[in-house]
Design a protein around this ligand. Structure first.
Ligand code: GLN
Length: 253
């Protein structure tokens, strides 16, 4: 009896380990007939919701990857700070969410070629007179787990209570409008898109960081990485990514 139990336990352990290690290879994706994109759809123009649908630059790119693989695209919406771990554990095929390449993220996932250059920007209340060099003394809203948070905490040594973390930059912008925080630090195009929609906010057009976006896949998933890189390269050669950005900035503004 004991032996049977031990054996059953061993089988269960192997099965759960296999579950964690499941790799969405191109072969597996084509067998399933679908490519699953993990994202956080509160980051216009890269991903947002319009008429109950997920749209944006990353969704356009993902649709092209799906088309090149001959499969359907499914978009799964989640918190940004959960995406890297979700990709790591094989939930979904890849993460595309304006994700900045960072060494600590590279320890967990593999990144595609870069497809967008960006930086963090500061949004303030119009006419507040705040300047970027005041940042270390301000209360700043950021999206949790993003390079905006790392800029405040790691690069500027700001205290925990000076850096307010939100699920989305849109929620942070609301608190800025209500005067609960002094500024919001977020990626350039999402910052421009938020300011375009809020007359009472303004952007300090001064890049605070230098960042590159890439798509994240599970470590060692080389077949999918190659497929993603081929589609990204084609889209860049065709000038499509710039076109997608223009389309979605127009829609968001
Ligand atoms: N580029 C930023 C990062 O990778 C923010 C991405 C996002 O909020 N979707 O941390």
């Amino acid at each position: 009896m004991k032996r049977i139990l031990a054996l059953a336990l061993a089988v269960l352990m192997v099965l759960s380990l296999a579950g964690c290690k499941k790799t969405p290879t191109v072969e597996q994706i084509q067998k399933d007939g679908k490519l699953v994109m993990l994202t956080n759809a509160a980051f216009p123009p890269f991903e947002y919701v319009e008429n109950n649908e997920f749209v944006g630059v990353d969704v356009d790119i993902a649709n092209e990857i799906a088309k090149d693989l001959g499969v359907e695209l499914e978009v799964v919406n989640m918190d940004f700070d959960g995406i890297i771990d979700a990709v790591k554990s094989g939930k979904g095929s890849f993460g595309a969410a304006g994700i900045t390449i960072k060494p600590d993220r590279q320890e967990k996932v593999d990144f595609s070629i870069e497809y967008v250059t960006s930086s963090q920007y500061l949004i303030i209340q119009k006419d507040s007179g705040i300047t970027a060099d005041q940042i270390p003394d301000l209360t700043i809203g950021v999206q949790a787990g993003t390079t905006g948070e790392f800029f405040c905490v790691d690069d500027n040594g700001m205290a925990e209570d000076q850096v307010k973390k939100y699920k989305t930059a849109l929620e942070a912008a609301n608190d800025l409008k209500n005067g609960r925080i002094d500024g919001v630090i977020i990626d350039q195009l999402p910052a421009e898109s938020i300011v375009a929609q809020n007359d009472d906010l303004e952007l300090i057009a001064e890049p605070l960081t230098e960042e590159k976006y890439a798509i994240a896949v599970q470590k060692g998933n080389d077949t999918l990485l190659e497929a993603i890189n081929a589609t990204l390269q084609r889209l860049m050669d065709e000038g499509k990514i710039d076109e997608y950005v223009l389309n979605h900035m127009g829609a968001a503004a």
